[in-house]
Ligand binder design. Structure first.
Ligand code: 6PG
Length: 228
């Protein structure tokens, strides 16, 4: 596993504190954050809206997405809608938000061009799926072997365990972010987490690299593994 493992009692609270600490570095400077999807991420953003809503100057924060489902942004399965409802609707406006627009021509390349025209993302938030995926980088999927230089690609889960065609950062794009924070909560993730800790390369999340990779995991996720 690349990065540092931090076992915490409450992943959402630890995430909110970490974001507040990083966003409030002095002197104040613009801060960019790439959001994740998933229920763990939703818990993190709800906590962020509760405990850090005033601790962070949202007017200098720019929001990105590390992956998205290819559905309308108002769709119940949209990661944009998840973040809007859990955080954006509850805090002061951000400086800018860049949803992944899947309904335009060549959406992956369009988002990639937007990324290239912007400073590196300060912090990307990722989750871990029970199958070992992160963002929308699924096991045995094409995006795991994206051409060098690609930052955003379309992808889908070949095993159909995860719905929808996706847009996702590539490992290369993730590695270019200054800080990578992976939040893992609950016993349903124990096997996937231990596959990553053991360096199992069949788990896509094992391939995560970056300058500063932080795994925020709770005791339930660390728990007693069930499979060998
Ligand atoms: C998505 C997410 C995905 C998620 C993991 C964990 O679009 O679904 O980006 O990578 O973070 O599947 O999701 P849970 O926290 O719901 O288990």
């Amino acid at each position: 596993m690349n990065g540092s493992l931090v076992v915490v009692d409450d992943v959402a609270k630890a995430f909110a504190q970490l974001v507040a600490d990083q966003a409030n570095l002095k002197p104040a400077k613009p801060f960019s954050l790439a959001f994740s999807g998933g229920s763990t991420a939703r818990d993190c953003y709800q906590e962020l809206s509760r405990s850090a809503s005033t601790a962070i100057d949202w007017s200098i924060v720019t929001g990105w997405w590390g992956d998205e489902r290819c559905v309308p942004l108002i769709d119940i399965d949209s990661n944009f809608r998840l973040v809007k409802e859990a955080l954006l609707d509850l805090i002061e406006p951000l400086a800018a938000v860049h949803p992944m627009q899947s309904e335009i021509t060549d959406p992956a390349l369009a988002y990639e061009e937007l990324l290239r025209a912007s400073p590196p993302i300060d912090l990307i938030h990722l989750g871990l799926g029970p199958d070992g995926h992160t963002a929308s980088l699924f096991p045995d999927s094409d995006a795991l072997d994206s051409p060098k230089g690609r930052l955003v690609v379309q992808n889908r889960d070949p095993l159909s365990n995860n719905p929808h065609e996706r847009l996702t950062f590539t490992f290369e794009a993730i590695a270019q972010c200054t800080t990578v924070v992976v939040t893992v909560a609950g016993s349903a993730k124990t096997d996937a987490l231990h596959r990553v800790l053991d360096g199992d390369l069949s788990a896509p999340a094992t391939h995560l690299t970056g300058t500063n990779v932080i795994w925020l995991v709770d005791n339930a996720a660390m728990g007693a593994r069930t499979s060998r």
